[in-house]
Every structure is written in structure tokens, then in C-alpha cells.
Design a protein around this ligand. Structure first.
Ligand SMILES: [Zn+2]
Length: 353
């Protein structure tokens, strides 16, 4: 018992990051002319009285006195102009959170005639960062830095690529644009071609840029990471087990991926004429549990942001990429919740009809 207490005392708090990819929806508009992209409504998911998306996140973070890093998607301005995302960024900044760059190349279709022509030969629009000419990537990154500055009035220091699609070229482009930090890797979602980028966590350096991946973890019976740590795909028990495992192994930072639209969903009419916003109850519960734990156990989990941790991570040695596991109970809970959820949603629709 005493040994156990001593062992725990020797463990230091690990960094945990709540990261929020804050983006508008293309809503299949490039392949279905009846549809149009959805802007602020997609992020707010407001039913007329309550915002179940961004509003829910900001309220919950404030309640537990936590800061998060919001990666703000910049190329949507080619369709929406700058006002919609600038107003989103202002609301987030007014709540004291960190703002950094997120980028989806798919919005280039709205700016470039040459990209629109490509649609004639593509089954789905291009939205990947890996595999481009280095000069082209460098141009996009430096343009995004300038757009971000106009949207937020801030200089970005961190970058997250759309769909976590990445190759080594991207780090050269980030270094050229003076972006010191990145969180482009999420191995369980996108497996980079270069073996050195196949990372499940830790702190790494490429072309002088510090990469802090979104955490990938393994189901309890696997030896390879197969799950991305998110509040949509991971149950609360899995998230809690991964955090516990990371603390015991002293394997921070743990980076959790979320989106405002994870917590408030829009049900869009089939003819595209309108939508109704609803809370995603299960996902909201997971986020509340997460914030409760991080608010309560500050001696074990230091909730960090990219702006606040930048210097600490820059000076850290390359942290090991240790495999984290979810528990057996987390695995079974996921099977039950994922099966149950569509039925519960159906039931809720029936009750509120
Ligand atoms: Zn995204």
C-alpha cells in the first residue's frame, strides 16, 4: 500500500489536449447540384433555444475551467467569404481558448476552375494532403497562414491537416511558413506512407517542426493501434482507460480529437430545403465525463493547449511512442453503445414527432 502510494507520487501529471477541428460542411454539394455547403449552422447546431454544437462545448469547458485548442478551417473562405469563420473564431477566442490552423483542400474547388474540371473525372472530390508537389503545398500553407491572420488577428503556431492526411513534404512547407507545431498524424484514421510518420502518440520532429499526433490506441486484445481517440468513436470507458494507461506509462501528450458537429447534429431534409438541430446525447455525455475527470484530477492530467505547451514540447526530447490500450469493458461497452445508438435515435425521433 505504502509502496503503491510512493509509486504514484513518483508519477508526474501528463499533458492531455482537447483538440477541436472547427469546420463547415461541404454537404456533398460538389457532386450533387441540389445541395449547398452549410456554414455556421453546422457548427452551432442551434435548435432555436440552445446551441448543441459549439455552444455546448464552450459551456462545458467553462464549467470545468478547461482550455482547448480549436483548429479553425481556413479554406472555406473560398466559398463563404471571411465573415462566417471569423465570427466563429471570435466566439471561441472570447472564451479564452487557443486558435490554430486546420485546412481542407476540398474548398479549393470553389476557387479554381482547374479543380472544378477535375470533378468530371473523379468519383469523389480530392481532400488529401499527401502526395502533392512540395511547391504547391508550400503555397497553400502560406496562404492559409495569411487567411488565419485575417480571420483571428493572430499568428498561428500550429497546424492540423484535413482528414489527418500527411506526408513529409507537409513539414517542409510548415517549416517554411514558420509553423513550429503540428498535429497531422492520426494513425488509426490515415496511415502515412513514410514509416517514420506511422506514430500512435508522443512528441516527434520533422524538418524542425514538432509533431504531436492525435492519439491512436489498441483494443485490449491487439498489439497494433487500431482506434483513434475521439468522443464519437470511443466510449467513455475506453477514453478513461486510455487516459489511465497513459498516466501509468507516463506517455503524454494524449491528444483527443473532437468537432463541434459531433455534439449537435443537423438532420437535413432530403430535398435540402431545411434542417433540424438535435443534441447527440451519447457524445455529449462522453465529453461531459471527460471534462469532469480533467477538471477533477489535475494532479494527474494537465489539460494543455498548443499555445500553452509550445515551449515545453519544443524543449522535450523525442517522447516515446508507447502503445496505449483500452480496457475489455471499454471494448464491450462500445459494441453495446454503437448498436444501441441508432435505435435510441430512432426512438427519440418517434417521441418528438
Ligand atoms: Zn477537418
Amino acid at each position: 500500500m505504502v509502496d503503491d502510494v510512493r509509486a504514484k507520487a513518483a508519477l508526474r501529471p501528463i499533458d492531455v489536449v482537447i483538440s477541436v477541428d472547427t469546420e463547415f460542411a461541404i454537404n456533398s454539394a460538389l457532386i450533387d447540384p441540389r445541395r449547398t455547403p452549410i456554414g455556421r449552422d453546422y457548427i452551432d447546431a442551434d435548435d432555436g433555444t440552445t446551441s448543441h454544437g459549439l455552444g455546448f462545448m464552450l459551456r462545458t469547458l467553462a464549467e470545468h475551467q478547461l482550455r482547448a485548442t480549436f483548429f479553425i478551417e481556413c479554406f472555406n473562405v473560398f466559398h463563404f467569404g471571411e465573415e462566417p469563420m471569423a465570427s466563429v473564431a471570435k466566439d471561441i477566442a472570447d472564451h479564452g481558448h487557443d486558435l490554430q490552423i486546420h485546412l481542407h483542400l476540398v474548398w479549393l474547388y470553389y476557387r479554381l476552375e482547374s479543380w472544378r474540371r477535375r470533378l468530371e473525372h473523379e468519383s469523389r472530390p480530392e481532400d488529401r494532403f499527401a502526395g502533392w508537389d512540395p511547391g504547391e503545398v508550400q503555397g497553400w500553407v502560406s496562404e492559409a497562414v495569411a487567411i488565419f491572420r485575417r480571420l483571428t488577428g493572430r499568428q498561428a503556431i500550429a497546424f492540423r491537416s484535413g482528414n489527418l492526411s500527411v506526408d513529409l513534404n507537409l513539414y517542409r512547407a510548415l517549416a517554411a511558413a514558420n509553423i513550429a507545431l503540428a498535429s497531422n498524424v492520426g494513425l488509426a484514421l490515415f496511415r502515412p506512407q513514410e514509416p517514420e510518420l506511422q506514430l500512435s502518440g508522443g512528441i516527434h520532429r520533422f524538418s524542425g517542426v514538432v509533431e504531436v499526433p492525435v492519439t491512436s490506441y489498441a483494443d485490449f486484445f491487439r498489439q497494433q493501434p487500431n482506434r483513434l481517440l475521439t468522443t464519437t468513436g470511443s466510449t467513455w470507458r475506453e477514453i478513461a482507460a486510455v487516459l489511465e494507461s497513459a498516466w501509468r506509462k507516463q506517455a503524454g501528450p494524449v491528444v483527443i480529437l473532437t468537432h463541434p458537429h459531433d455534439f449537435g447534429r443537423l438532420e437535413i431534409a432530403a430535398d435540402g430545403s431545411g434542417f433540424r438541430a438535435r443534441p447527440a446525447v451519447l457524445q455529449q455525455q462522453r465529453f461531459v465525463e471527460l471534462c469532469r475527470l480533467l477538471g477533477r484530477e489535475r494532479d494527474r492530467f494537465r489539460t494543455s493547449t498548443f499555445d500553452e505547451a509550445a515551449e515545453r514540447w519544443a524543449q522535450a526530447g523525442t517522447e516515446n511512442d508507447r502503445l496505449l490500450h483500452a480496457s475489455f469493458s471499454g471494448f464491450t461497452a462500445r459494441a453495446v453503445e454503437n448498436r444501441l445508438q441508432p435505435r435510441l435515435a430512432g426512438l427519440r425521433r418517434l417521441l418528438s414527432a
